[in-house]
Design a protein around this ligand. Structure first.
Ligand code: FAD
Length: 276
């Protein structure tokens, strides 16, 4: 099968982490990703680390997309980031609102990602391909599922070219979301974000924080495996490979893997579903 795939990394915090990520990337390039994206400011990572990692990936011959979040930022700092990205040869950006650590006021000159997308288009025209976040299970702070759909549409109207979803384990939520978008006349591709399951506690912690639902039957199984990581990985591979197959068979335009800077789980998934 030749569906396009993309891979997401976070900027490593230590030289050892950077070396491990280099090794992981070399393995993952066998999947011929359309691009690799690198998160920005998430989980306390440094913002300069994003450009550093993106530059390394481009030097390795793979297109790369820095994430750029706008919450708490001024127009001037975003303008400087955009020029730094352009100067480094970046052609594609994942534009986000981001989250402020709790305890911070709103501050900054942007409220929503749609305002960032408008700003990027106003400043740089069509220079960058822009992807934005999509939430088939609804963003945790949205007033309602329909207002969250409106928020995605606002980003497309502001000039976004494509969406990448938060991860989910319920294919029907994705299909419903893209049907709703199609019925509103939205034509941009919305690529499902895929989270490999390799650990139970980390997945549960992450999912609670970002509003991704772990269906009860999956959560119960993961908890029952306790420390038996081999069983967790084998079960996770079955479940997520089934999800990927259903998504592609149902018309998903590609898959975006949240690699967590690890190669094996994503390689195993792609091999199981016959991608590359
Ligand atoms: P928005 O689209 O602005 O939406 C945020 C909230 O505001 C939603 O609840 C929405 O319904 C609501 N909203 C939007 N517009 C309006 C309006 N006009 N009126 C009322 N309500 C409105 N975070 C990072 O910090 N760094 C990263 O690198 C990063 N990468 C990510 C990559 C992907 C693919 C995804 C799915 C998420 C990523 N995140 C990242 C997390 C993201 O920053 C958070 O989910 C954040 O809370 C929302 O960002 P957004 O761009 O979706 O915001």
């Amino acid at each position: 099968m030749s569906h396009p795939i993309s891979l997401e990394f976070f900027p490593p915090k230590t030289p050892e982490g950077a070396e491990k990520l280099r090794v992981a990337r070399q393995k993952l390039y066998a999947l011929q990703p359309e691009f690799c994206s690198v998160t920005f400011g998430a989980g306390g990572s440094t913002q300069d680390g994003t450009l550093q990692t993106v530059s390394e990936i481009m030097t390795e011959g793979c297109p790369a997309a820095p994430h750029l979040s706008c919450i708490g930022q001024s127009r001037e700092t975003i303008r400087e980031r955009l020029s730094a990205y352009a100067a480094a040869g970046v052609k594609r950006i994942v534009a986000l609102r981001g989250d402020l650590p709790s305890g911070y006021g709103l501050g900054g000159e942007f409220r929503y990602a749609s305002e960032l997308v408008s700003f990027i288009r106003a400043e740089t025209g069509r220079q960058f391909h822009i992807e934005v976040a999509a939430y088939p299970e609804t963003h945790p702070q949205a007033k309602s599922p329909m207002s969250d759909l409106d928020a995605f549409i606002a980003k497309v109207e502001a000039g976004a070219d494509a969406g990448i979803t938060q991860y989910f384990f319920n294919a029907d939520a994705y299909f419903r979301y893209v049907e709703d978008l199609a019925s509103r006349g939205v034509k941009v591709p919305v690529v499902p974000g895929i989270m490999p399951i390799t650990s139970s506690s980390q997945l549960i912690r992450f999912s609670d924080a970002c509003g991704a639902e772990i269906p009860r039957w999956i959560r119960m199984r993961l908890q029952a495996y306790g420390d038996d990581t081999a069983s967790i990985k084998a079960f996770g591979l079955d479940v997520v490979a089934d999800l990927c197959r259903r998504l592609l068979a149902g018309g998903a335009p590609g898959l975006h893997f949240y690699t967590m800077n690890q190669a094996q789980a994503t390689l195993d998934l792609c091999s199981r579903i016959g991608l590359r």
